[in-house]
Each structure stands twice: as structure tokens, then as C-alpha cells.
Design a protein around this ligand. Sequence first.
Ligand code: ASP
Ligand code: MG
Length: 351
Amino acid sequence: MIYKLSNKRIVVKFGGSSIGNSFKEALQLVLKLYEGNEVVVVLSALKGVTDALLYLAESKDESTIEEIAEKHERLANKSGIDLNSAEILLAELEQVLRNEKNFPNKKAFIDHILSFGERLSVNLFVNALKNLGIESEAVDAFHIIRTDNSFGNAKVDFSETAKRVKVLEDLLKQNKVPVVTGFLGGYKSFRTTLGRGGSDYTATILGSLLEARAVLIMSDVKGIYTADPKIVRDAKLLPFASYEEVLTASMLGMKALHERAIEPVKGKIPIILGKTNNRRLGTLISKINAGMPILTYKIINENFASIGIVGVNEVNFNAQIYKRGRNWICFLVRREELENTLNAVHEVIFQ
Ligand code: ASP
Ligand code: MG
């Protein structure tokens, strides 16, 4: 089901694992949203590509470029997309790889190499939209999201970025769908990245500056669960969660949303998490509380992990409390006991 949204501007982000094999479902959602709204799309790199580029930057093993090329080629062939401009990008990647000496440091070089992941996926997606008769334009976030020079985890300069979102507004006025590279930023003439998983953050930065009605974060899971559903069999989907709760859960290790993604929209714009496949919307993040605890975990080192519980400040079982806040607690477990303890705690809380 697609929620009916009254305001016309929507930012929708697609994660790499939900577009890695096919654009079909993502394109259908964009088409649906485009019927009555102004739509800005934010894309991640295809699944596995950022990791491959990271390996490439370290190893300089050029066969990796071929693997990346093939991955995009398969998708392009499947969707009847023209690959010309992607080939230009791949040739550029090869050039940059041979010129590390032009960068101020290794991290700046790595960020430039990583940028090709999102630039390639955006390139294909724009072509796919054009094939469907939708006017669309690739937007390289390098020109819009301006940052400091903390390569690998850059800090956003919001006032400079605010001046530059006009580019997107102009495209929207022309009824075009801007497709923006997630995760990427720019510092002077250098490329930066916003931290792994940073495309969520790109989406909420743009949502906030464009005063969007909502930011949709579409991935391969439906939304936020009472615990990681890959570990806890009985985890339940949360239809609602508050900005505060999600912020705390992210801080305590929850991976459903990038840690910094809440901050730009907090208290102002709802985030809706959904699954690209079937276009199911799962969790609304707004001022409304989950009304249920959220269980999280974080690996601390090879021996220990921490388990967080958001939405409580006491537990009625024996636990070595590690840290606590007004509305959460956190305790330590041995790593080999993590999965069992998560399941056991979940059972106790939701019995
Ligand atoms: N492609 C980047 C990553 O894999 C950013 C993202 O997917 O959000 O971390
Ligand atoms: Mg993610």
C-alpha cells in the first residue's frame, strides 16, 4: 500500500541490496509517487560495490573494475538500459586509480574511488527512468552536499549545502525527477563520503532542506523491529517509532538507519521505512512512540558485546548494567552468548 501524502514533495532513497538485481520494483514506486508528487530519488551503490571499490583502492587490483563493470552490465541488459555513459565512468575510475599521487592523502583518494559506486548506479537509474518516459536527471551530490575534509566520515556544511539545493528545486519545477548520489559529498575540489550507510543521511539532509512532506527509506527489510529479525525469530515489526527512540537505538547499535540520519529531520519531517520489493511501508518515524521496547546490540571487541534496551530503565533479570540513560539501559554479554541472550531477553520482555 502507498500512503497518501498531502504535501507534494517526497525524497525516496533506495538501498543497494534492494536495487542490486533489478530496478523494477524501485522504478514502479517512483512512477507511483510521481503521479501526484514532486519526487527526488537518492540512490546507494549496487549491493557489494562499495566494498569492492574499497578493496580496489587498497589493492589496485584492476580485475575488480571488470567485476564492477559486469555487475552493472547485467543489470543494464536486464532492464534494456544503455551503458555508454557508465562506460565513461568506468574509464575514469581506471584513470583515478593510477593517480593516487594527485590526492592530499590516502583517505581522500579512497573517497574519490568510492564515489564511483553511487555515480554508476545513478547513471543507470536515470536511463531506466528515461526509458519509461520520465524526464530525469543525474545529480552528483559532490556539487550539492558540501562538507569539511574529514574524508571517510565528513561533516556536512548545512548553510553552504542549503544554498545549493536550488539545483534540485529547479529540476522539480521542470517536472523532472532528480536522481542524487547518496553517501557522497564535496570539500573544495575533493570528493568526500558521509560514513558507511550514509545514503540514508543524504536523503534526510535533502528532505530537510527541501522541506519535503516525507523521506522514504526503502531497503530489503520492512522497517524497524523489536530486535534484529535476522537474530531474533519472534521480532515484531514496529509500525511507529519516535525520533528519540530511533536515535537512541542507532546509538546503541541498531543498523536499520544511519546514525546521523535522524538529526536533520527530527521533530519536523516523518521518515517512513519500507521494503522496495512489494513496496511495503513498515515503520513511521515521527513524534509517535513505538509503545514497545527496542532491543539492540553492538559488538565491543572479540570477547564482549553490549545489548541495549530502548524504552525501559529497569530490567527484572540479572544483568551487569554497562551504561544507562533516562529511557534506556545497556548491559554486557560475552560474544558467544549474544544470540541466545538476545532471544532470551526478547522473550522475557514480550512474554
Ligand atoms: N554505498 C555506501 C555503503 O555501502 C552508502 C550506502 O549504501 O548508504 O556504505
Ligand atoms: Mg543502510
